[in-house]
Design a protein around this ligand. Structure first.
Ligand code: OMP
Length: 248
């Protein structure tokens, strides 16, 4: 099994992961400082990691930005099991809470990732939120996205995963299929009126939480806003509204 318990944000914080898809480390540090008061998790993806390298994690820690927040390395590993296991061992040294792998790498790959880094939550990406039914059919996965998400979610959990990434539109279905023990992370989240851009399967932050998401990922609607801190706070507030009053 990967990870011990279903994700809960630190007390008083909304379960918001901000995607720091920044072109360089200095920009990422600036963004992180602006959004940190309203976020629970900072997510580093391909653009930032490939440009700034693992040193960006040390920089965020040095700036105190990971003192209260979790680190999410969204590296979407997808390779043969031995290579993914090696990649996981390498990135585990950065002490992330979450690292993503693609479910389509198969059960053996997912198992290898989990076994290679027992202290990391391997977050298995089911079907990218940018894909709609037509795009899925074009890669040989004909049928509603729900069906592909269900198949891959079940495969991932049978391989030992407990953390899944899907769109907010599939959260209810995945939850009813797999129960309350899995952590569901949802990108493809757009505040009312925000541009969908390349996201195809979207919902609002409140809808994602209401559907049962544990952690909501938002990038550009926050990082492209004129005031990132204010935008992050607005998203965090609408997440909390979807969740109901904070018990803590
Ligand atoms: O694994 C992810 O985080 C991810 C999976 C997925 O299916 N869709 C998806 O958008 N993401 C990531 O979530 C973030 C969404 O960013 P915005 O579309 O800017 O809100 C990006 O960093 C994506 O790489």
């Amino acid at each position: 099994m990967s990870g011990a318990a279903r994700y809960l944000p630190p007390a008083g914080r909304a379960p918001l992961a901000v995607a720091l898809d920044a072109p360089d480390g200095a920009t990422a540090l600036r963004w992180a400082a602006a959004v940190a008061p309203s976020a629970a998790v900072l997510k580093i993806g391909l653009e930032l990691f490939y440009r700034a390298g693992p040193g960006i994690v040390a920089d965020l820690r040095e700036a105190g930005l990971l003192d209260d927040l979790d680190l999410f390395l969204d590296l979407k590993l997808h390779d043969i099991p031995a290579t993914v296991a090696g990649g996981m061992r390498s990135v585990a040294t950065l002490l992330p809470r979450f690292v993503t792998v693609h479910a389509s790498g198969g059960a053996a790959m997912i198992r290898a990732a989990i076994e290679a880094a027992p202290d990391v939550e391997v977050a298995v990406v089911t079907v990218l939120t940018s894909l709609d039914a037509a795009a899925l059919a074009a890669v040989g996965l004909a049928g509603p996205p729900d069906d592909a998400v269900r198949r891959l979610a079940v495969l991932a959990v049978e391989a030992g995963a407990r953390t899944l990434v899907c769109s907010p539109r599939e959260v209810r279905m995945v939850r009813s299929e797999l129960g309350g023990n899995v952590t569901l992370i949802t990108p493809g989240v757009r505040p009312v009126g925000a541009e969908a851009a390349d996201q195809a399967r979207i919902a609002t932050p409140g809808e994602a939480l209401e559907a049962g998401a544990d952690l909501v990922v938002v990038g550009r609607p926050i990082t492209r806003a004129p005031d990132l801190g204010m935008a992050a706070r607005a998203v965090a507030d609408s997440i909390s509204a979807g969740r109901g009053p904070d018990p803590g």
